[in-house]
Design a protein. Structure first.
Length: 149
């Protein structure tokens, strides 16, 4: 079985509790189904997980972001490529965007959504769990640091 690893982030904008999360959208095509999700992509051989996440966010959205320390979540799933099973691990961080001005390169649309709106857009249980964990972490982070995002 082939194995792949990617990295990305749950990107947010704003001040707690009025944060918005970035959801990317890709239309269905011959090779994949319609998809709502977070920025992520393959980790290159010379990169750390965090470097890959920052690069992928920049490539896919043009955003410069700041990773919030202490959050790291893995999502594992299987999919088929050319009739071969692939085991994929995607590592996600939590990232603060300093602007909402997104320029897409690989997706068809983007949305800045409240937690409740974002959770409704996501289709997969693993994506919903990721957003729930990131949202909870962000709330705890704010309470502990008393920082004004």
């Amino acid at each position: 079985m082939e194995k792949e690893k990617s990295a990305g982030a749950v990107v947010f904008y704003g001040k707690w509790p009025s944060v918005e999360y970035l959801i990317l959208y890709r239309k269905a095509s011959n090779s994949f189904k319609e998809f709502y999700g977070f920025p992520r992509g393959k980790i290159e051989s010379n990169e750390t997980e965090k470097q890959a996440a920052l690069r992928e966010i920049k490539e896919e959205t043009s955003l410069d972001v700041e990773l919030i320390p202490g959050f790291r979540h893995e999502v594992r799933f299987l999919f088929k490529r050319n009739n071969q099973l692939v085991a994929k691990t995607s590592v996600f961080f939590l990232a603060k965007a300093n602007t909402k001005q997104v320029r897409l390169t690989e997706h068809d649309a983007f949305f800045w959504l409240s937690f409740d709106e974002a959770i409704k857009k996501l289709k997969f249980k693993t994506q919903k769990e990721l957003l729930e964990r990131a949202h909870h972490f962000l709330h705890q982070y704010f309470k502990q640091t008393r920082l004004d995002f």
